[in-house]
Design a protein around this ligand. Structure first.
Ligand code: FES
Length: 72
C-alpha cells in the first residue's frame, strides 16, 4: 500500500447490554498498524470508542484483536 487508502473496519463496541458491530472508515497508509487505524477512528468519528493498549510495540499484547476472524 503506497498511497493512503480508505479502509472499512467493522468494529464491535461492547457495552453492558451486549455488543454491536459498526462500520468505520480510516485512511490507511504503509507502516500503519490496526491500532493506528482504531486511534484515527476514535479521533475523527467515535470519541466514545475505547480500546486497550500499552506499548504499541508488539511486546505486551494489550492491543490484541480479532482481525478477519484471526486472533492476533
Ligand atoms: S500495545 Fe500492542 S502489543 Fe503492546
Amino acid at each position: 500500500m503506497s498511497d493512503a487508502q480508505t479502509v472499512t473496519f467493522k468494529i464491535c463496541a461492547v457495552t453492558r447490554n451486549g455488543g454491536a458491530f459498526q462500520d468505520y472508515t480510516a485512511k490507511c497508509s504503509e507502516g500503519m498498524v490496526v491500532l493506528d487505524a482504531v486511534h484515527q477512528i476514535q479521533r475523527t468519528q467515535a470519541n466514545d470508542l475505547a480500546c486497550r493498549w500499552n506499548c504499541k510495540a508488539g511486546k505486551c499484547g494489550s492491543c490484541s484483536a480479532e482481525v478477519n476472524g484471526i486472533r492476533s
